[in-house]
Design a protein around this ligand. Structure first.
Ligand code: TXA
Ligand code: MG
Length: 336
C-alpha cells in the first residue's frame, strides 16, 4: 500500500507551493500602528476612497507603496495628517489663501500642493518641490493618525491605473495578498478622490477634480482647471487612461450605443434611467442625485467589470457639483 503524506506547503509531487496569507480586516488600531511603525503597509478608510498607507517620512515604507501598487516612481503620493498644525511641520510656506482653504475644508476631500520642507523625503514627491497634503475626514483614520507620531503617505489602494476601492473588500480583493492589515471603515462616503489644488498668487488652480466641488472653491477666489494632456509627470492621476476597468468601456448616448452593439453582451452604467431589467444595468442614482452617483460609481464599475459581458456602455452625468469629477473619471476610465 502506498501512503501519500502531504506536508504543509508541499504538493503531491514534492514541489513547494507558495501559500500567500491574506490581509486581516479589522479595527485594531494598536495592531495597525505597530505595523506602520515597523514600515509595513496598512490600508486605511477615508471619506473619498481607501488608501494604501505607510510612513510618509520613511523612504523604506514609501518604496513599499510604489512596489505594492506597481506604481511608476514618477507618480508622487498624497500625505495624510491629522490637522493643520501637523501639516505646517511638513510644508513651508503655507500661503494665506491655502491656509484659509485648509481651515474651511479640512478634514475633507481637499488636497493642497504646497512646498515641502527639506526633511520630507524626495521619494514621496517623486523629486517635485511641492508635496500633496490633506486631512482625511474619517473618524477611525483620524484616530489612527493621533496614535502614531508620523504622517501617512497613502495613494488609493488599487493597482496602478485600475478602479479605486471604496470598501475594504475591494482592497482585499486586489491587494489582500500583498499587505498584512486593512482597517475596516465601511463604504466610502464620497466615493471619488479628493480635489487637488495649488495656489498660484491669488488663483486657485485645480489639478484634479474630485470630492470637493469647484463651486465651493470659487467662493474663495478665481479658480482655473489645469488641463493635462497625455503623460504628465506632474499629475499622473490626470493620465488619459486611469481608473480603468479591464473590460472595454464606451461612453456616449446609451440608446445609440445599445443599437450599435446589439449583437454583443453588454453591461450598462447609467446615471438615473433604467435601460434593462437585468442586473447588468447599474443605475448610479435613481433620484438623479450626483452625490449618490459618485458614492456608487467605482463600485458599480468594478461590479460590471466582473460580469459575463463583452463590453461596458456608460453615459456622462449632469455637470453640476461633483458631477464634473464623475465625468472626468468616466472619460479616463473609458480612454483606450
Ligand atoms: O482622495 C484621495 O486623494 C485619495 C485618498 C486615499 O486620500 N488618494 C489618492 O491618491 O487619490 P492617488 O495617489 O491615487 O492620487 C494622487 C494624485 C496622483 O495623480 C498624483 O500624481 C497627484 O495626486 N500628486 C501627488 N503628489 C503630487 C505633487 N506633489 N504634485 C502634483 N501632483 C501630485
Ligand atoms: Mg489613485
Amino acid at each position: 500500500m502506498i501512503h501519500v503524506i502531504l506536508f504543509r506547503n508541499v504538493n503531491i509531487l514534492g514541489n513547494y507551493i507558495h501559500i500567500k496569507s491574506m490581509a486581516e480586516i479589522g479595527t485594531n488600531l494598536s495592531k495597525a500602528s505597530r505595523l506602520l511603525k515597523n514600515n509595513e503597509l496598512v490600508a486605511i478608510p477615508t471619506e473619498t476612497v481607501y488608501g494604501l498607507a505607510g510612513n510618509a517620512l520613511d523612504p523604506t515604507a514609501i518604496a513599499k507603496i510604489y512596489t505594492t501598487k506597481n506604481r511608476p516612481s514618477f507618480d508622487p503620493l498624497i500625505t495624510h495628517v491629522k490637522n493643520i498644525t501637523d501639516a505646517s511641520t511638513l510644508v513651508h510656506p503655507f500661503p494665506k489663501l491655502a491656509h484659509k482653504l485648509a481651515e474651511q475644508f479640512w478634514p475633507g476631500p481637499l488636497t493642497l500642493l504646497l512646498p515641502k520642507r527639506k526633511h520630507v523625503p524626495d521619494l514621496l514627491t517623486s523629486g517635485l518641490e511641492k508635496m500633496a497634503i490633506r486631512v482625511p475626514d474619517h473618524p477611525i483614520t483620524l484616530k489612527l493618525l493621533k496614535q502614531i507620531n508620523f504622517p501617512l503617505a497613502a495613494p488609493s489602494a488599487n493597482p496602478f491605473g485600475y478602479i479605486s476601492p471604496t470598501t475594504s473588500e475591494h482592497v482585499c480583493h486586489q491587494l489582500g495578498e500583498k499587505i498584512p492589515y486593512i482597517i475596516e471603515g465601511g463604504s466610502a462616503q464620497i466615493g471619488l478622490e479628493s480635489t487637488i489644488v495649488s495656489i498660484e498668487g491669488k488663483i486657485i488652480c485645480i489639478h484634479r477634480l474630485g470630492g470637493l466641488d469647484l463651486e465651493k472653491l470659487q467662493t474663495f477666489g478665481d479658480v482655473i482647471i489645469r488641463n493635462y494632456k497625455g503623460v504628465n509627470p506632474n499629475g499622473p492621476g490626470q493620465l488619459d487612461s486611469h481608473y480603468a476597468p479591464k473590460k472595454k468601456f464606451i461612453i456616449g448616448n446609451l440608446n445609440d450605443l445599445l443599437l450599435k452593439y446589439s449583437n454583443l453582451k453588454v453591461g450598462i452604467l447609467s446615471f438615473s434611467k433604467t435601460y434593462s431589467n437585468s442586473n447588468k444595468n447599474i443605475v448610479l442614482s435613481k433620484n438623479g442625485d450626483v452625490n449618490e452617483a459618485a458614492e456608487n460609481f467605482f463600485s458599480a464599475l468594478r461590479t460590471l467589470d466582473t460580469e459575463d459581458i463583452d463590453l461596458i456602455l456608460g453615459e456622462y452625468v449632469p455637470k453640476k457639483g461633483i458631477g464634473k469629477a464623475i465625468n472626468d473619471r468616466l472619460k479616463r476610465a473609458a480612454y483606450i
